[in-house]
Design a protein around this ligand. Structure first.
Ligand code: ATP
Ligand code: MG
Ligand code: FE
Length: 356
């Protein structure tokens, strides 16, 4: 089985070919990711119109390169998979229309993939993980804990009630004058900072509901920064270190709720696992915190390589492979419209909740 995947839901234009060998082993034959970050940096965030235009300009070449590097032609493919949502609508239209055209031209089935399903299934591509397991997705647009029961069977156990975690990093960075994207810059500055100088809040810590909240933390940073402005380099480092420690502490508390719930709901699973995905998974302190938490609770901590944790097309092609294997491909995808909102709990039948 060979599937071409296309991803254009945010600020990465990506294409990939993933194959499933006769031995059942997956192989990434190519995975090309073109990040638009430089085009958005000047604006301090992703600008939807610029993103859509950049996808139009880049996608054809990237698809060609992905096929070329994999050494396959359109006729060798079993299907074309593309992200149909959620995400920025302009980019989604570009990716899905391109995929439809390629599928029609080659007379191959089209598979409309939910972007979050791509993240959810990546650990099976990289680590061959068995169902069920928990996914913690922490990116610029999402902060969720998802129960991954099987292909097409997902339950959202926790979500953020305000900002996404990556967004909190980005907004905090902006507040204290660090450039976009904020996450890596906050992490760098935090290295030389004092994590105990500021007592930032740990939103929702100790509460029974499993959700996340980060906007109060951002407000606390704003107030602390205003009180000591102008900020010296040391002030910035101390704010970053204190902020990151508050995040780690909060994650530890929030994620532990869902690990406990998993134990209760799946007592028969002997080797439970927590998978992380999303750009924030690059953060060292976040990773160590989750690693320690998992070790303490007897969970395996699965962190796919970073280039497969952040947005990429290999995860979309792989979701296509999984859907073919599970018999979840139907002819309706050609009539599907992309959706900016598309909750993961509604994807089991790709047409349910996908606004046809
Ligand atoms: P989504 O995948 O939800 O549609 P996205 O494209 O913004 O959104 P990613 O590309 O997975 O998500 O991740 C980008 C986010 O990760 C940004 O918010 C960025 O600040 C954050 N990030 C990247 N590296 C780090 C780091 N080292 N520490 C903290 N945050 C980080
Ligand atoms: Mg991105
Ligand atoms: Fe993503």
């Amino acid at each position: 089985v060979k599937v071409l995947g296309i991803e254009t839901s945010c600020d990465e234009t990506a294409a990939s070919v993933v194959a499933l060998g006769v031995d059942g082993r997956p192989e990434i034959l190519s995975s090309i990711v073109f990040s638009q970050i430089d085009e958005h940096a000047a604006f301090g965030g992703v600008v939807p119109e610029i993103a859509a235009r950049a996808h139009v300009e880049a996608l054809d070449g990237i698809v060609e390169a992905a096929l070329g590097e994999a050494g396959v032609g359109l006729t060798d493919l079993d299907a074309v998979a593309a992200t149909a949502g959620p995400g920025l609508i302009g980019g989604l239209i570009v990716g899905l229309m391109t995929a439809k055209a390629l599928a029609a031209a080659a007379d191959k089935p089209l598979i409309a993939v939910n972007h979050l399903e791509g993240h959810a299934l990546t650990a099976r591509l990289t680590d061959g993980l068995a169902f069920p397991y928990l996914l913690l997705l922490v990116s610029g647009g999402h902060t969720q804990i998802v129960l991954v029961r099987g292909v097409g069977h997902y339950e959202r156990w926790a979500t953020t009630i305000d900002d996404a975690l990556g967004e909190a990093f980005d907004k905090t960075a902006k507040l204290i004058g660090l450039p976009f994207p904020g996450g890596p810059n906050v992490e760098k500055a935090a290295r030389s900072g004092n994590p105990r100088r500021f007592a930032f809040p740990r939103p929702l810590k100790g509460e029974a509901r499993p959700d996340f909240s980060f906007s109060g933390l951002k407000t606390a940073v704003r107030q602390a920064a205003a009180a000591i402005a102008p900020l010296s380099e040391t002030d910035v480092a101390d704010i970053c270190a204190s902020f990151q420690t508050a995040i780690a502490d909060t994650l530890n508390d929030r994620v532990s709720r869902s690990l406990d719930r998993f134990r209760i709901e799946f007592p028969e699973v002997r080797d439970p696992a927590l998978v992380v995905a999303g750009g924030v998974a690059a953060n060292k302190q976040v990773r160590t915190t989750l690693e320690d938490l998992c070790r303490n609770r007897g969970f395996a901590f699965v962190a796919p390589p970073l280039e497969l944790c952040t947005d990429n097309a290999a995860m979309i092609a792989w979701a296509g492979v999984e859907r073919i294997r599970a018999g979840l491909v139907d002819g309706g995808a050609m009539e599907l419209a992309p959706r900016s909102r598309w909750p993961l709990d509604t994807v089991s039948d790709p047409l349910i909740g996908a606004g046809r």
